[in-house]
Design a protein around this ligand. Structure first.
Ligand code: HEC
Length: 121
């Protein structure tokens, strides 16, 4: 033993071990938090009301502020829908109406609507 356990003795290897253990714990906690969010398509029923106005129209066109094609999202994979909505939130995707809509969605909302649309054919 190079170092007896006393207040004047700094046991670096032991401190490092504690730090590594703490970091590992924090990592596990993060993963648990992300895994807690499970998309529930039933819960999405009242959340997609506002999406249907644009994404539910046959022909998928919106006319304001100009006529543009609204992409079909029903039947896309949940992962794709989630990452698209996150990209609008972060501003990586620029469409103003979708940015506004995504900004109002919580992580749970995103998981729910993604599960809902992924289930559609
Ligand atoms: C005002 C009309 C409008 C509403 C309301 C709307 N969207 Fe959109 N959405 C669009 C348009 C237009 C695009 C294409 C934007 C672009 O080019 O980036 C789009 C794109 C998307 C995309 C990406 C699709 C792809 O293939 O890349 C997703 C996912 C999406 N919307 C989900 C939703 C959800 C979920 C809601 C409801 C919470 C919603 N949208 C409400 C008009 C709308």
């Amino acid at each position: 033993m190079a170092c007896a356990p006393s207040p004047f003795c700094i046991n670096y290897p032991a401190i490092m071990k504690k730090l590594i253990a703490l970091a590992a714990l924090a990592g596990i906690a993060n993963m648990a938090a992300a895994a807690d969010i499970v998309g529930n398509p039933e819960a999405a029923n009242n959340k997609v009301a506002m999406c249907i106005g644009c994404h539910g129209i046959p022909g998928y066109k919106a006319t304001f502020p100009e006529v543009y094609q609204v992409p079909m999202i029903g039947g896309q994979s949940a992962k794709y829908i989630e990452s698209a909505l996150r990209a609008y939130q972060k501003g990586e995707r620029k469409h103003p109406s979708m940015r506004g809509i995504a900004a109002g969605l919580s992580d749970q909302d995103i998981a729910d609507v993604a599960a809902y649309y992924a289930r559609q054919k």
